[in-house]
Write a protein that binds this ligand. Sequence first.
Ligand code: GDP
Length: 298
Amino acid sequence: VLPPREDLDADAVARPAVVTIMGHVDHGKTSLLDALRESAVAAGEVGGITQHIGAFQVPLPDSGTSLTFLDTPGHAAFSAMRARGASLTDIVVLVVAADDGVMPQTREAFGHAAAAGCPIVVALTKCDREDCDLERVKRQLMAEGLELEESGGNVQVIATSATTRAGLPELETALLLQSDLMQLRASPTRPAEGTVVEARVDKGQGPVATVVVQRGTLTVGDVIVAGQEWGRVRALRDARGESLDSAGPGTPAEISGLKGAPMAGDELVVVPSEERARRVSEKRSERAYLSLVNRKAK
Ligand code: GDP
């Protein structure tokens, strides 16, 4: 499987960037995600609230494209995904509270992004607060080695407030600019490949998993393998709970129809038959069991 950023298929088209928000505790990651999720609702024709499914998409009307945000702030989720071999995130939004500045987990987030080779866009948060000091924080960031755009580097810094919603359109534009630079492309026609970002067992629907499709298009009726689980896609829904017939590259969707709940970071692929899916799933479960037994024996 090729890394999704290097999709060489002849029919590859531009796809939305997948964005993860990281930063120090209490610096405003959750508030920023909430504010962005609200702008996703505002941009859609249908009103209503988005539910938490682990990822959501913000349409950017002027450009005809959108951004996909992973709806789990923090480093643990990013590290867990990376540990499972998933390279889903294209861009990291590094959140730094403008009244507090660079803190230990800011450095940690910077390190995670660098290790994953993800470009960073800095969101200075809480800029509505009287005690914020943007210039001080920028100096701190440069001292950490971030090459800010205003000093000739390529890291954009955007002043934001989740409270007043100031700077949110600018942040979205900055992310769009960054994603344009990366020329993110994927074929919409090949059998779908994606990554599980969240999964649970629902009382009514059984196992449901949110996946972000990275290449190809996932369609209702597709036979899929996700980690050790398999099934046939019974329904696809977006973060507004709307049914989808299919989900293309860069699109998050909650799927039902799996026999069990996979794990965050598991790769999802479409396979030609149920027979094949069952065999792959059995092989993987067997292998996972054996490695567990071996580890215990050591
Ligand atoms: P997280 O731990 O990084 O997810 O931070 P939260 O989003 O939970 O925010 C931590 C605290 O900062 C909460 O009390 C928020 O209400 C507050 N906060 C977050 N964003 C803003 C903002 O833009 N302006 C102000 N004044 N407070 C904010």
